[in-house]
Design a protein around this ligand. Sequence first.
Ligand SMILES: CNc1ncnc2c1ncn2[C@@H]1O[C@H](COP(=O)(O)O)[C@@H](O)[C@H]1O
Length: 288
Amino acid sequence: MKWWVSMPKIELHAHLNGSIRDSTLLELARVLGEKGVIVFSDVEHVIMKNDRSLGEVFKLFDLIHILTTDHKTVTRITKEVVEDFASENVAYLELRTTPKKNDSIGMSKHSYMEAVVEGLRAVSAVDIDFGPHKFNTQDSLNSIAMNDACDGTKRKKIYVRLLLSIDRRETTEAAIETVKLALEMRDLGVVGIDLSGNPVVGEWKTFLPALKFAQKQGLYITLHCGEVPNCQEVQPMLDFLPQRIGHAIFFEEEEWRQLKTSKIPVEICLTSNIKTESISSIDIHHFG
Ligand SMILES: CNc1ncnc2c1ncn2[C@@H]1O[C@H](COP(=O)(O)O)[C@@H](O)[C@H]1O
């Protein structure tokens, strides 16, 4: 474990609300429990449970969103998540999150993302670069990782880029709003769009106009693809030629063939890709 932590890493598949410290979730739940919004003991059990089914994972996300969705908390979790990744020697992080609208607390997708960026600005435990300039692969990954992050003497530095996620529960219009926001925020390190959310909800064709628009505007695209068996969807997703896909668990032989021919890299999520048989080599395709 010590070796694993000390190794310099890049993290390309981190969902903001999927990366929150348990201690923070419990603290937020306790506060809402005291206010009578939730029953703390029920929630504590759900947060601390291991080995969740995919359905339980999405129920947990609904709960996490109740705990985290106000501007101040979004800022706090962003700061903590980045600092935690840096402390594990992640030198380059692509953090993805779904911009959320909540009229009852005056939150728009834009203000949600401002709170995220506020969290990046608040990072203090390490140096952070989330600027718009192109990540310089030549001098960066090796030298940052080896010299700054791992020898224990220099202050750590982390490069962070953002992906805006479209949730499969959203409408075409809401998805287009997310893409427009990503375009507006390019100067703040937004490099791409992710399609995620419960894979048994929604239809590919709903998101296609937004994704085509994003592609045309030069945003990078990654799609959660084949997380459940769905042959009607995997094929058109591969035909779309995203820069990367996430998971690729339930692929038929022909779909694997197409994936390999198209050279689309797969983001393997170590905690949820339980069907993965072997990983023989890993190439890194970061967007920033
Ligand atoms: C387990 N595999 C998965 N498959 C699909 N979508 C997932 C996911 N894990 C997370 N998300 C997506 O990320 C959101 C939480 O982070 P943000 O609120 O966006 O920061 C979830 O609500 C879901 O839409």
